[in-house]
Design a protein around this ligand. Structure first.
Ligand SMILES: C[S@@+](CC[C@H](N)C(=O)[O-])C[C@H]1O[C@@H](n2cnc3c(N)ncnc32)[C@H](O)[C@@H]1O
Length: 468
């Protein structure tokens, strides 16, 4: 039997006040005393648990209702088609079986939430997450040839990157860990593996598997099948491979899985050695994810992305190409350690006539080590050698600001704000911090010199200015 241990205690912080968490039965804050409860055995790190549980319950209930309606409509449609009974009976059994499982999840969540909170929760678009649970359970824990092949195509390059490029193996945070197979496999490489996901069901299934339970569900293929009997099949997910010769790494002292939103992680700044984003970077806009990645990683820590850039959200302006993601990481103070493209099939089924082949981008960015030195009034700054700038703009009236781009001697490009540009112009002849503040005071209303100090530290970290 696999049990959780208190491996994470020193790393977790309160989402409400940032103080360290104390682990007893559950986690609680040493300062504001907020309790972080378990949700049916899965630790839950949310600042508003009730809102989270109600939201999840609503999502799964909406999905179940949608499936019930579908079942009723299909019942009618197939009534007069005796020649399609093989297909229909199998499909009906599969839809009902899966729905029963989703119903169990809804009941579990509803037990933990007040009717008032449920009423307050607005309807969500039907949860794709529920559907994905079954797809990922199938790939990760059903020990099918196609799933194992895909996993080996993902894990092989991941393991190679870790062995070659990552020396600090203290911990890895697996973001959007799903039902957890990748996180489990990474236990062979790191002292601690934090597997987190926003979805209750993904982690509940994962936890059930870790406890030794099996999960029965159905794969459904409405179309693209050679035989009517392929419309559905019953699958069983379980933690241990039914065939000999394959053993998973030991996880009992290493793995800590918990529900959280990766944008509000209960880990202290600079505490994570590696951040694994497998099939996850395109779930959220990078402008939201990157600041949190930067906050969490230790200096020298790495961000590993593996997957396509398909983007599950609507906003086209946030669907960055790989080169734009690379540029954003470099601007944020990372360097590229490794980059390649790996082609492999995705969530394939041997029952289906359709295969999806993806060109997965594998890239590793390292957060540059940089120690901030304090700034005093007498500290002298000057612009680094070889700095060039470009000002680009358009003449339309509704675009008020020009875009100022700085290029370092090493060729890295950084877009900066007007204030930072004025600072650079002033520092073209080296100046003390005090002189700079006096100068800026005459053009801007500077309430806090510390704000200017932050700008200077940022420019220094980008090697745009240096101390003299
Ligand atoms: C495409 S799945 C990938 C699962 C897993 N990384 C794998 O490859 O096996 C994306 C996962 O991200 C999770 N997710 C979505 N938004 C999240 C967020 N804000 N924080 C944490 N997890 C999130 C989903 O619940 C889902 O399990």
């Amino acid at each position: 039997m696999i049990t959780y241990t208190d491996i994470a205690a020193d790393q977790m912080i309160c989402l409400q006040c940032g103080a360290p968490l104390i682990k007893e039965e559950t986690y609680s804050c040493a300062v504001c005393h907020k309790d972080y409860q378990h949700l049916h055995g899965v630790p839950l790190f949310m600042s508003d648990e009730e809102e989270y549980i109600a939201g999840m319950a609503k999502q799964y209930a909406d999905f179940a209702r949608q499936k019930e309606t579908e079942l009723g409509e299909l019942e009618q449609a197939f009534e007069n088609r005796p020649y399609r009974q093989v297909y229909w009976q199998q499909l009906r059994k599969a839809l009902s079986g899966n729905n029963e499982l989703i119903g169990t999840l809804v009941n579990m969540l509803c037990e933990r939430v007040s009717p008032a909170a449920l009423l307050r929760t607005r309807s969500s678009s039907a949860s794709a997450a529920v559907l994905k649970d079954f797809q990922y359970l199938k790939r990760d824990w059903c020990w099918l040839e196609e799933g194992e092949l895909q996993l080996s195509e993902i894990l092989g390059p991941l393991e190679e990157v870790i062995s070659d490029a990552i020396s600090d193996r203290e911990n890895i945070l697996v973001a959007g860990a799903g039902v957890g197979r990748i996180a489990v496999e990474l236990c062979g490489y790191f002292e601690k593996v934090y597997a987190t996901d926003l979805s209750f069901s993904m982690l509940w299934f994962f936890q059930q598997l870790l406890k030794g339970a099996s999960i029965n569900f159905h794969e459904i293929n409405y179309a693209n099948i050679l035989q009517d009997t392929y419309v559905a099949r019953e699958l069983t997910a379980s933690y241990h491979a039914p065939f000999s010769g394959y053993t998973l790494p030991e996880v009992s002292d290493k793995l800590f899985c918990y529900i959280s939103d990766i944008l509000h992680s209960p880990h202290k700044d600079g505490s994570i050695s590696a951040f694994c984003s497998a099939y996850f970077t395109d779930v959220l806009a990078l402008k939201l994810l990157l600041p949190e990645v930067k906050r969490l990683l230790k200096p020298g820590g790495v961000f590993i992305h593996l997957g396509p850039l398909g983007y599950g959200f609507e906003d086209v302006s946030e669907k960055l190409a790989a080169n734009e993601i690379r540029a954003a990481f470099i601007r944020a103070g990372f360097e590229v350690v490794r980059e390649e493209v790996i082609t492999c099939n995705h969530l394939e089924s041997e029952l289906s006539m359709q295969t999806v082949s993806l060109k997965n981008w594998l890239v590793v960015f390292r957060k540059k080590e940089y120690v901030q030195r304090p700034i005093e009034d007498t500290t002298i700054f000057g612009v680094a050698e070889g700095i060039k700038y470009e000002v680009r703009g358009r003449l339309e009236e509704d675009i008020p600001m020009d875009q100022i781009m700085i290029r370092t001697a090493e060729g890295e490009a950084v877009i900066i704000a007007e204030l930072a540009f004025d600072i650079l112009r002033f520092l073209a002849a080296p100046q003390t911090f005090e002189a700079l503040i006096t100068h800026l005071d005459s053009c801007y209303e500077i309430e806090a010199p510390s704000m200017i100090a932050d700008v200077l530290l940022h420019l220094e970290s980008l090697k745009v200015i240096n101390r003299i």
